[in-house]
Design a protein around this ligand. Structure first.
Ligand code: GLU
Length: 549
């Protein structure tokens, strides 16, 4: 083993000792039971819904125990880093209400971005080397590839261990020679693991798990040829979660196979091991099978999908909370959003993201919002995603609000016509003159096959006698009178009894007026629609179908 001076010479002369960092980041003074959790995205692309799912659990557990929720950016894989990803994360987390208690420039345990913590990792890597718990490995990429090939031919487990760990027991002179030549190296952990040994630990979601111990001499510090020299995830996790005084690691289940090596690293460092909770991945139903929601294949795997469609964040949060703890999906939305989460109730099987269910939840969330809040939310969304709608609403705020009020204000069961802000254009667009396309063709299929002449006669008569009427009965009476005057039966029953005596019933007549006023075959109460539109606009729309004559 190299002597201490030789090891120290590999690092900056003023690199602090571990005690420095221990003092700088002292144990937190928090009440008993308070949990310090952390969410650690890697800026390699979009913010995955599964990330939001984990962050939600992190925040809830920290919040409900009086602890701290930390966000740490894990950017040690600089080759995979995507420019701007950190901003995308920030946006996704802000939208979801999951910004950190500590992170960025907030908190005493930072920096919270791994690439800015290089000297901290160096201190501990040097310590591992000094204690013989790690060693330098000069194996090249090609040598490692050849090793893997040999292992596969020999049908043995791949990895860097036993006789395959070519630098583990290299002589000091061999190492000195390569250092003198300036060859790049990585630092590897000298694993104490033995093949065939099993290791058990308690996962806070899964209970006791037993698996093969680690016997691989994993890399802890990446190549000396790259600056800054950064740790691997494993070593970063060890150092950061220790020094940030994290008390609970909640992360994706893909890390379960790494637990044995993490336990070895904590033991080697002399750090208190931190309990783990491994969260199951979100799933998607595809035909009769379920598979993981995939960042590559599924647009709904990214939080941007929900932001761009304009789902209310609470709908997404309610859905995810219900997926974390099934119990919560039976609670009313406001209660479920506040209720504590329990790790032991997070399932082991990946929960299914059901977009149809999200639509229903979102309809409930929107239905419970007062119209001015809906309008503000639509505006805020539209400014980014539908500028035309944003401009129309801001120019005609009163019209927009009154349209939204219809069957929303003063009723027991508000309309559930909006699920997401992007629905607004389709559902409420017709209230705006500039978006409404007048119906000019009396044989338009939206009239349901009614005789075009009857359509024209009816609209001509309604138009001729039309006047605003604030009362629902009074308003309908004029439609009724025009319908009777133009050959429609006064009731469905009367029409059925004598189909040849009429062109249709009052139902078809109302439908004609609906199509003329709204361009759709389904709308809220016509009287209210007409009231919002105003007499002049109603007349313009009624008359459009007469222009062809
Ligand atoms: N950066 C890791 C990831 O993105 C985080 C894992 C962890 O939370 O420890 O998977």
């Amino acid at each position: 083993m190299l002597d201490r001076d030789e090891i120290d010479a590999l690092f900056a002369a003023d690199l602090p000792e571990p005690e420095h960092w221990e003092r700088r980041f002292p144990p937190r003074s928090l009440p008993a039971g308070a949990q310090v959790t952390r969410f650690c995205p890697s800026p390699t692309g979009a913010m995955h819904l599964g990330g939001i799912f984990v962050a939600l659990i992190d925040k809830a557990i920290a919040g409900q125990t009086g602890g701290v929720y930390v966000i740490r950016i894990e950017d040690t894989d600089q080759e995979r880093e995507v420019a701007g990803a950190a901003d995308v994360f920030e946006r996704g987390l802000r939208w979801s209400g999951l910004l950190a208690d500590e992170g960025g420039s907030r908190g005493d345990y930072g920096p919270y971005t791994q690439s800015q913590r290089a000297d901290i990792y160096m201190t501990y890597a040097r310590e591992f080397l000094r204690q013989g718990k790690a060693y330098l490995c000069f194996a090249t990429r090609e040598e490692l590839a050849a090793l893997t090939k040999e292992q596969s031919a020999a049908r043995v487990m791949p990895g860097y261990y036993g006789r395959w760990a070519i630098w583990r027991d290299a002589s000091d002179d061999q190492v000195r020679e390569r250092l003198a030549a300036g060859d790049p190296y990585v630092v590897r952990f000298r694993s104490p693991g033995k093949i065939g040994r099993r290791v058990g630990y308690d996962d806070l979601i899964r209970g006791t798990l037993t698996q093969d111990d680690n016997h691989n001499d994993i890399v802890i510090l990446k190549s000396s040829a790259v600056s800054p020299r950064l740790p691997t995830y494993h070593f970063g996790h060890l150092v950061d979660d220790h020094l940030m005084r994290v008390t609970l690691v909640i992360r994706g289940e893909e890390w379960i196979p790494s637990v044995p090596v993490h336990l070895q690293l904590f033991e080697a460092a002399g750090f208190e091991p931190i309990p783990y909770a491994h969260v199951a991945p979100l799933m998607k139903q595809e035909g009769s099978t379920r598979r993981k929601l995939s960042k590559r294949k599924d647009s709904e795997a990214s939080i941007e999908y929900y932001i761009a469609a304009g789902y209310p964040p609470d709908a997404v949060l309610y859905l995810l909370r219900g997926l974390a703890n099934g119990r919560l999906s039976n609670l009313p939305i406001p209660e479920a959003l506040e209720a504590p989460l329990r790790l032991e109730e997070c399932g082991i099987a990946g929960p299914l993201v059901d977009l149809a269910k999200l639509e229903d939840i979102a309809a409930d969330v929107v239905a419970a919002m007062p119209s001015p809040d809906v309008m503000e939310a639509v505006m805020e969304w539209a400014e980014l995603y539908d500028p035309q709608i944003a401009a129309l609403i801001s120019a005609q705020r009163d019209l927009a609000r009154r349209a939204l009020d219809i069957e929303r204000v003063g009723v027991d069961n508000p309309r559930k016509d909006l699920r997401k802000w992007s629905d607004f254009r389709q559902v409420y667009g017709y209230f705006f003159d500039s978006l409404f396309e007048p119906v000019t063709d009396p044989s338009d299929e939206r009239f349901g096959g009614l005789d075009p002449e009857a359509v024209r006669r009816l609209s001509g008569k309604v138009l001729a006698d039309y006047r605003d009427d604030k009362t629902s009965d009074g308003w309908f009476e004029q439609i009724r009178a025009a319908a009777l005057a133009t050959g429609f039966a006064p009731s469905v029953g009367a029409f059925k009894k004598d189909p040849d005596g009429y062109v249709g019933s009052i139902r078809e007549a109302s439908q004609v007026v609906r199509v003329l006023l709204t361009g759709t075959t389904r709308s809220p109460g016509l009287h209210m629609v007409a009231d919002v539109l105003g007499e002049e606009e109603v007349k313009r729309r009624l008359g459009a179908v007469l222009r062809l004559t």
